[in-house]
Design a protein around this ligand. Structure first.
Ligand code: NAP
Length: 263
């Protein structure tokens, strides 16, 4: 029941109809016993700055999720962002403080790591191969470094993007060995597909799955289909596999906690 005292939350996107966050976050609020509701907010890029000003003025707004295509633009529109979100260059969750200030952070990568940990697959100390160097890959690379991955190799079709990401992560986490390399799973404990390959039938494999060994952990961030061709191949080769939905499920909890935290 929405009443006059219900706290308002939103998800900002363009297009909006495909977002799953309202179902997931409203279930989270219910579970926590919070008098809160999260609604879809369809806002185009040209009006994003105006919307942020309205959000500052909206006294019963607790916060909002930011997704495609606004994650990068949101960094400069917030009044404060975490150091990690600034390095990643994207914000996906914003909390409105009681004085109206908008504080942004990024949970894409942390959701991925939390999903692995929940399955007993803590990346700390493991040798990781991250295939891809786009937005999701950047968030995952920083989150893996944040929890102390043993070594991180970043491989991407456009090699320059992998090199650029590797140097940004190593500047921020100088103690972690990070380098751009080939998409060869050999000598890695954890292999992550963070490219968009696997969404469509007939997509190429993000790396040569014939090289996988039974003891390796193979994780996916594609959510549909749940079992991508890569995960099916990894399962056949005896690997421990992690599907993409875990990333979103765990991210939802982290985003809910961040938005409802009273500073
Ligand atoms: N599970 C979750 O919660 C979650 C969260 C965020 C995103 N995702 C999914 O993650 C995927 C990537 O999203 P993103 O935001 O990172 O996209 P993005 O910024 O556009 O990056 C796409 C990445 O895929 C690579 N790629 C695309 N087509 C390729 C091809 N034909 N061959 C080799 N590499 C190719 C790109 O390589 P180049 O640099 O060479 O172009 C780049 O590394 C999407 O499918 C998205 O749905 C899932």
């Amino acid at each position: 029941m929405i009443t006059g005292s219900t706290r308002l939350f939103g998800i900002v996107a363009d297009p909006i109809a495909q977002v799953r966050t309202p179902e997931v976050l409203n279930a989270y609020f219910d579970k926590q016993g919070l008098d809160a509701v999260l609604v879809p907010l369809h806002i185009g890029a040209a009006q994003l700055a105006v919307a942020f000003d309205v959000f500052r003025a909206l006294k019963n707004l607790g916060g909002f999720i930011v997704t495609v295509p606004h994650k990068t633009a949101a960094v400069d529109l917030c009044d404060e962002v975490s150091a990690a979100a600034r390095e990643i260059g994207a914000v996906n969750t914003v909390r409105r403080e009681p004085d109206g200030r908008l504080v942004g952070d990024m949970f894409d990568g942390r959701g991925f790591v939390a999903g692995l940990k929940a399955e007993g697959l803590d990346p700390a100390g493991r040798r990781a191969l991250l295939v891809g160097a786009g937005g999701a890959a950047a968030a995952i690379a920083f989150a893996l470094a944040e929890v102390g991955v043993g070594r991180l190799t970043i491989a991407n079709r456009t090699r320059a993007r992998a090199e650029e990401l590797a140097s940004r992560v190593s500047r921020f986490y100088p103690a972690i060995q990070v380098e751009a390399g080939d998409a060869d799973p050999t000598s890695h404990d954890l292999i992550v597909n963070s490219t968009s390959l696997g969404m469509k039938t007939g997509d190429a494999m993000p790396f040569d799955t014939e090289l996988l060994q039974p003891e390796q952990i193979v994780a996916e961030i594609i959510m549909k289909p749940e079992m991508t061709a890569m995960l099916r191949q990894a399962t056949l080769r005896g690997c421990v596999v992690q599907a993409g939905r875990h990333m979103l499920d765990h991210q939802a909890r982290l985003m809910g906690e961040f938005m409802t935290r009273v500073s």
